[in-house]
Design a protein around this ligand. Sequence first.
Ligand code: NOJ
Length: 515
Amino acid sequence: MSTWWRDAVIYQVYPRSFADGNGDGIGDLAGVRAHLDHLVDLGVDAIWFSPWYPSPQADAGYDVADYRNIEPIFGTLAEAETLISEAHAHGIKIIIDIVPNHVSSAHPWFQAALASPDAPERELFWFRTSKERPTDWEGEFGGTTWTQTEDGAWYLHLFDKAQPDLNWNHPRVREEHLDILRFWLDRGVDGFRVDSAALLIKDPALPPVVDGEPHPFHDRDEVHEVYREWRRVIDSYEGDRTLIGEVWLPSPERFARYLRPDEMHSAFNLDFLCSPWDPARLREVIEDTIRVHEPLGAVATWVISNHDVTRPVTRYGREETGFSFAAKREGTPTDLRLGTVRARAAALLSLALPGAAYVYQGEELGLEENEDIPPELRQDPMWHRSGHRDPGRDGCRVPLPWSGEEPPFGFGAGAPWLPQPRAWKDRTVAVQQADPASMLSLYRSALSYRRSIPAGSLAWIDSDPDVLAFQRGDGFACIANLSAAAVPFTGTVLLASGPLDDGLLPPDTTVWLAL
Ligand code: NOJ
């Protein structure tokens, strides 16, 4: 059996912002189909679609009203099926997002639950009838996790109030999800990205969050049974389908429990994503990752961006280069030139590590965070729920620039749903594909060379602690120089993230070598 996901490059399409085929300013499936050649030329193995289901878009589609259809703004179910076959015809696999922790408040179950205090559908959620708010839990987007209905009951939502949490102790919730998996597996999808995978199970006693005690809703032991059941469904299908978890946990050991052989195949390496551009921290994350994955035979993943975090070009251009939801540092001094140099080096570092790699749309174009979105155009519930203290995630979700000198840069015919910086005239796909030194050319070359990197783990090469140097097999080495001085190296250069300095590897530069 092929296990394509073991070393795949998986490209994340954020449907609202990839390309707009019908001129309404919002990306759609027609736009993806029209630009599939971009992904073929880039050399990706799979596409992961952020949610494409019918949704009021209170959280950009992570509020699903119907798991068995396509959001009309994006297209139709028939079109999704066509897109799946077109991608397959190019040898590209399709992974879709599944959002099991919560539904949209527009979902028929929640609507039925709201209709009457006696509705049996209330059992599918977390309704409470206490006078006071049932807990003081803090929501993932800030603010409270409880909202009162018109009849005075409270319901739980770890995210926005338009995203009521499901009760995973109820058998209907479990059966429904198994059926949703089958619905899409029957339509040929190759895998699922599981949203907020560690949050599904809640302690029904709803205790307060107390340090040192089991958390009332994070990473509860019972959640693993859910994924074991999902894995059995996945494995009952022919082909090589895969489950990828979005698991945010501070402990690599707890994280690895999701990757036991009868659970998920892989999970996003969010520690790597959040790591600062710091050699000691990166080395530690790489070592921890390999240490917990290898004994399980699980696949490590390497991620430097997604639709929730500040774009790497911006992050790495700041004094504090790590990512944290608690401190986004919008508006702090940012050197985009330096950030770009480091993002190029980070790309070659992450793409040389053993395992699967993710590329979030626009990363291959070196797009920076748009920090100039006027307040009235911001849409992220994080921005609204934080009382505008948190800038939210709109800045990394801006529609892609394809061609031309002016917005919308070939994104579509209408004004894009979020404004694009004018400077992106130099970052369009059209400009970059003609430039061998562009970020796009670097990604294309890297994805192509990557296919010949020997499989198997890495072996560190002795080096200055500020230089990350490792071999894969006998014939390939990757050296990332995070020190302040240029360093010597041996081997034949296959690819470098920036110009070399008289045979030396300059600071903030990564090189791939044939040995
Ligand atoms: C994680 C997703 O990546 C994020 O975009 C979303 O807001 C939350 N889960 C809630 O579904």
